[in-house]
Design a protein around this ligand. Structure first.
Ligand code: SAH
Length: 218
């Protein structure tokens, strides 16, 4: 995999366009400037890697639009050493952005085939700070809870109660909630079982589905 001068130029232009769309978090934009998004998609679509659009990555899944990745990462307010749970590993792109910001990332994918493919890619790219699990994200990762941050990158039909319970006090979860279309929510655990729920922009994600899928039954 090569990151050429041309790729880097296209990437800088993409990042400039995100800035114009209202993303002002320099740490997030720097991380996105460093990571070659075209590594995470099929070579056939390489030309589109630096457009601000979502993308098919096989198994009927998508890599989120760069604007959405930037927005969600900004909302998370990641700090170095934060323990972050991601639901929906997909291509692995979002996970590497979180890792670049210094987070210790735990990411869950329900589709075995996608999980295997992305695990190979991430080990090739060298991200020891990302741990991947082939599991049902609805359950979170109770054995590693609580988390400083949780990011759900699939559309949750309803408030993910089990995940909220895995947040630390002062922890933040960013999650799109809704059936056909979603609204982005930022949920902050105040103390005990008190949560602050901020409702933000509308968005559209692939669905957060129950159970895990084995590649053999696909
Ligand atoms: N964060 C990804 C985008 C993922 S698209 C990226 O950067 O590319 C959403 C992903 O969520 C899909 O791969 C889908 O298989 C996965 N998903 C949906 N429901 C899930 C569940 N219950 N547990 C884990 N992953 C799930």
């Amino acid at each position: 995999m090569k990151d050429t001068y041309r790729h880097r130029g296209l990437r800088r232009m993409l990042i400039e366009s995100l800035r114009k769309k209202g993303i002002h978090n320099d740490q997030v934009l720097d991380a996105m400037t460093t990571i070659p998004r075209h590594f995470f998609i099929d070579k056939a679509f390489e030309e589109k890697a630096y457009q601000d659009i979502a993308f098919p990555i096989g198994n009927e899944q998508t890599i989120s639009q760069p604007y959405t990745v930037a927005l969600m990462t900004d909302l998370l307010q990641i700090e170095k050493r934060h323990k972050v749970l991601e639901i929906g590993t997909g291509s692995g792109y979002q996970a590497t952005i979180l890792a670049k910001l210094g987070a210790r990332v735990y990411t869950i994918e329900r589709q075995e085939e996608l999980f295997n493919r992305t695990q190979q890619l991430l080990s090739h790219l060298g991200y020891p700070q990302i741990r991947m699990y082939w599991r049902d994200g609805y359950k979170g990762l109770p054995e590693f809870a609580p988390f400083d941050r949780i990011i759900v990158t699939a559309g949750a039909p309803e408030y993910p109660e089990l995940l909220a319970q895995q947040l630390k006090e002062n922890g933040i979860m960013v999650v799109p909630i809704g059936k056909e279309e979603q609204t982005m929510h930022r949920i902050t655990r105040l103390e005990g079982n008190n949560f602050k729920d901020e409702t933000l922009v509308s968005c559209k994600f692939v669905p957060f589905l129950k159970g895990r899928v084995s590649s053999k039954t696909d």
